[in-house]
Design a protein around this ligand. Structure first.
Ligand code: EPZ
Length: 417
């Protein structure tokens, strides 16, 4: 079990380049099997979730190799349509391979996905969308056996703008005859990056970023090169770390619009923010104030994946900060760990109330999930004394060398395997 020892109280200063996006690259890696082709993914982050996706690709008979920040996928040799339980359990995004395998081979066998324990995360909307495209899906004992006699384009109205269900429907629709129109689709920037990749792959796909996505036809290409977008949640996390410690940090090669809801919340707390076309600088010199109430919503609302990190930035802010978590049922697992550091947080249902304290003290804490783990690091950087963080493997699922990035800004972090 990997452990981090964080000595807090050091302000952060400097420029950092943010990694490629986990939540954009994972569905793209699944999409790379829709047709037999070669894909070059540049700016592909080094994450355990990406490794998990590469293992699935290799299991399916594809080649998947990394060279620096580029991953090469050759899906011409795909010769299987099943994914074993142990690979599915690794991460939630493994379920996105279902739409891609059906589009390619019109049959698939896999089990329910795993991933962070953030409460019940059903896939009913995924299966509903695939069934409306003509897939027959038999669910038994946690396994899914799927067949279709040729997918047919259709109208898919999602009852909730699920990111994963939108992506699965887009991939399957690339293998369908005729036009598919997805309404109430998720609008996350990751979906736009997927559309860019699918267009290069030969799909006629439009509307990503809006609530209506249309897929009409597919002219398979043999080779595709794609630069993965920058990770908007890693960007938001870096800003929240600077807000807990004070100092001045510039994020390079980012699109400020992708995480504007987080940036404006920090500005509302008293952080000085300078936005340029492809960079954001945060400067913090005084004690912050509590933000307006934070309510998580699907994009362009405030992202649930930045809720724990912003909460960490509110722990020492003057006043009371109120969070309402609307997306995931069990996304306050980091709270009890933060309270070990002296934070004052009370939870009633989906609402968490943070009362700002003068100081936090180093403690022994455990990462409970990916974003909760990042919040513990942010809080530890702003705490007095040393914090020991256990189970930091969760953090490696979504952050590339997070400790080294923070140390480049002056943080004092020691890693123990
Ligand atoms: C994506 O997960 C992200 N993961 C999550 O980020 C993120 O928290 C989530 O979107 C919401 O923004 C990736 O992109 C890889 P959803 P996903 O389907 O696709 C319910 C991180 O930290 N729902 O939009 O699984 C579901 O239970 C991760 O990087 C159904 O009820 O999210 C949840 O409450 C954690 N039935 C809500 O919708 C379904 O079939 C949002 O889920 C599908 C979803």
């Amino acid at each position: 079990m990997s452990i981090w020892r964080v000595s807090g109280g050091k302000k952060l200063y400097g420029d950092i380049k943010i990694q490629g996006s986990k939540n954009a690259v994972l569905p793209i890696m699944a999409a790379a099997i829709i047709t037999g082709c070669e894909t070059e993914l540049i700016n592909c982050p080094r994450l355990s979730d990406v490794e998990a996706a590469m293992s699935i690709l290799r299991y399916l008979g594809c080649k998947a190799e990394r060279d620096g920040d580029t991953v090469y996928i050759d899906s011409r040799g795909m010769n299987r349509t099943d994914i074993p339980h142990d690979l599915m359990r690794e991460m939630r995004s493994s379920v996105i391979f279902l739409g891609a395998i059906l589009a390619r081979a019109h049959k698939a066998e896999l089990s329910y996905p795993g991933g962070c324990e953030l409460g019940p995360r059903p896939i009913d909307l995924h299966l509903e969308a695939l069934r409306s495209l003509g897939a027959e899906i038999n669910e038994q004992g946690g396994s899914l056996t799927c067949r279709d006699n040729g997918l047919k384009g259709t109208g898919i109205n999602l009852s909730f703008p699920s990111v994963g269900a939108t992506e699965n429907a887009m991939l399957a629709a690339c293998g369908a005859e005729g036009e598919t129109i997805i309404t109430n689709a998720a609008r996350e920037p990751d979906i736009v990056d997927l559309q860019v990749y699918l267009s290069k792959l030969g799909a006629s796909v439009n509307g990503a970023g809006t609530s209506t996505v249309t897929i009409s036809g597919f002219m398979p290409q043999k080779q595709v090169g794609h630069r993965v977008m920058t990770d908007r949640i890693a960007s938001a996390t870096a800003l929240c770390c600077a807000a807990t410690t004070g100092g001045s940090v510039t994020l390079k090669s980012v699109d400020p619009a992708d995480f504007e809801t987080v940036t404006s919340a920090l500005e509302n707390m008293g952080c000085d923010i300078e936005r340029k076309s492809n960079s954001v600088r945060i400067t913090v010199s005084n004690r912050l104030c509590s933000p307006k109430p934070v309510v998580t919503r699907p994009y362009p609302g405030f992202p649930t994946d930045a809720q724990p990190q912003l909460m960490a930035a509110c722990l020492k802010a003057k006043g009371t900060s109120v969070f309402t978590e609307n997306i995931l049922d069990n996304r306050y697992r980091h709270v009890q760990e933060l309270c070990r550091m002296g934070a004052d947080i009370s939870i009633v249902g989906r609402v968490a109330v943070v009362t700002g304290v003068e100081e936090l003290l180093g403690a022994q804490v455990s990462a409970t999930d990916l974003r909760g783990g990042a919040a513990l690091v942010a809080a530890a950087l702003g705490a007095k004394g040393e914090t020991t963080i256990y189970d930091t493997g969760h953090i490696a699922r979504g952050y590339e060398e997070f400790d080294k990035m923070l140390m480049s800004l002056g943080a004092d972090i020691r890693y123990e395997a």
